[in-house]
Design a protein around this ligand. Structure first.
Ligand SMILES: [Zn+2]
Length: 441
């Protein structure tokens, strides 16, 4: 490593773990772990990672570093599905999906016609992501163009990787949240022009779900997605049984709910579908074959009583899977809490999620789902140096339980079961600390 310009170097020291591939396929060869490691960062990108002893020999002797010894450094978490405009309705009682949309979601989203409200929530949302160690998110905005502007602006200010888009919704919703096939497409084009590819920001064509778009709007969304090879598409599929029955009535010609998206050209690389619960193996294989990704949203699926995601069936067909918090139906911004609930969902399906697989899904797995694994997801040289620092001593119980652990696997599992935002000591974006826990503890 060249050290000719040490001022541009940033050095971070601590226990380091990152994934090179999926532990479900490659076992212990899937990750690198350095008990005392150093991550060298130049201009926001990873220069090199390795054992501290080796790295110190190569670095200038007087170089200062962020010392996180005693803590665990991982790549920043990737949240593949969330709704920033639902931040204020998190923990709203009593409904399943369709009634929940009517009673809580639509009234909350209507407030985003006000750009000042959108900006306030967008700033809170991005800060909350960082406080929880999440450095990349794919998020729904609302039907209002200004809601997209607000979220992109907040992410830009924090230099985060963020994917969002204007919700397309031209039927089965309140009048004040309804666009038209033509206006939705025109506004999306303007926003793509303004934001897609600017710094770390990317645009997603965002039909809410097949039930709230007419066939004309669905066709327009598919055309838009096809026009530009680097654009994303995000939607929901097969979340709730009543929803699946309703979609079958709306689109009687389709083989399945997923097939509706296929018919309108909305499957493909960089398309991400939340939930994917009530699919059959034909649907899952089609998602794999088209390069579409699934977002597993366990806290939301339990909270709304939607159903249990089947990870084994997804793995059998080799489809890309990432984790989603799905705030506000999801009950936490914390990826640790999301992994906690994922473990329990899979237990109910008689499946076992290893701690390594869980942290893979929250980092490199999410990056692969978003086709960003050439930029983020691990600490290979050249990657964007986004990272989270986890503190196994963060709470009395975590400290006590962690002290009794004898393996990395056990310590990771304890962190994901007992940890939450309190366990995040710091979050770095492009090498620089974007959030640090106050020292008053
Ligand atoms: Zn959602």
């Amino acid at each position: 490593m060249s050290t000719s310009d040490p001022l541009r170097l940033r050095v971070i020291r601590g226990e380091i773990l990152h994934f090179l591939s999926d532990p479900a396929e490659h076992g212990t060869a899937a990750w690198q772990h350095f008990g005392d490691g150093i991550l060298a960062i130049r201009d926001g990108l990873v220069a090199e990672v390795g054992p501290a002893d080796d790295m110190l020999a190569k670095l200038p002797s007087d170089i200062t570093h962020d010392d996180y010894r005693g803590k665990l450094i991982l790549p920043g978490f990737v949240d593949t599905h969330t709704h920033y405009a639902q931040t204020d309705i998190i923990a709203s009682h009593g409904e399943q999906l369709l009634a929940w949309l009517e009673k809580y979601t639509f009234p909350a989203e209507a407030r985003f016609a006000d750009a000042a409200h959108a900006a306030t929530v967008a700033n809170f949302f991005c800060d909350e992501l960082l406080r929880n160690g999440t450095t990349t998110a794919m998020a729904f905005a609302t039907v209002h163009a200004q809601s997209v502007d607000a979220l992109f602006a907040a992410a830009l200010q924090r230099r985060m990787r963020l994917i969002t888009g204007k919700v397309l919704m031209d039927r089965n919703c309140p009048d004040n949240l309804r666009d038209t096939a033509a206006s939705g497409e025109a506004e999306s084009r303007t926003l793509i022009e303004r934001w897609h590819g600017r710094e770390r920001l990317l645009y997603a064509v965002t039909p809410r779900f097949a039930g709230t778009s007419t066939p004309a709007q669905m066709a327009g969304a598919g055309r838009l997605f096809a026009e530009h090879p680097s654009l994303y598409l995000q939607s929901h599929v097969a979340e709730n049984r009543a929803e699946v029955d309703w979609i079958a009535k709306l689109y009687p010609e389709a083989r399945s709910y997923l097939d509706v998206y296929g018919r309108f050209g909305q499957l493909g690389e960089r398309s991400v579908y939340a939930h994917c619960i009530w699919l059959d193996q034909t649907d899952r294989a089609r998602m794999a074959a088209t390069g579409s990704a699934m977002s597993f949203c366990p806290t939301s699926n339990l909270f709304l009583g939607s159903g249990l995601f089947d990870l084994d069936c997804a793995r059998q067909v080799g489809v890309r899977v990432g984790m989603g918090t799905d705030v506000g139906a999801g009950t936490s911004f914390s990826m640790l809490q999301t992994l906690n609930e994922a473990y329990k969902v899979l237990q109910l399906n008689d499946q076992r999620l290893s701690a390594e697989s869980a942290f893979y899904l929250a980092t490199l797995g999410g990056a692969r789902s978003l086709y960003l694994d050439d930029r983020i997801g691990n600490f290979l040289p050249g990657k964007e140096a986004d990272l989270v620092v986890l503190d196994p001593q963060a709470t009395p119980l975590l400290a006590r339980r962690s002290a009794a652990c004898s393996s990395l696997s056990e310590r990771l599992f304890v962190l994901m079961m007992l940890g939450d935002d309190r366990a995040v000591a710091a979050t770095h974006v492009l090498g620089t600390a974007a959030w640090r826990r106050p020292c008053s503890r």
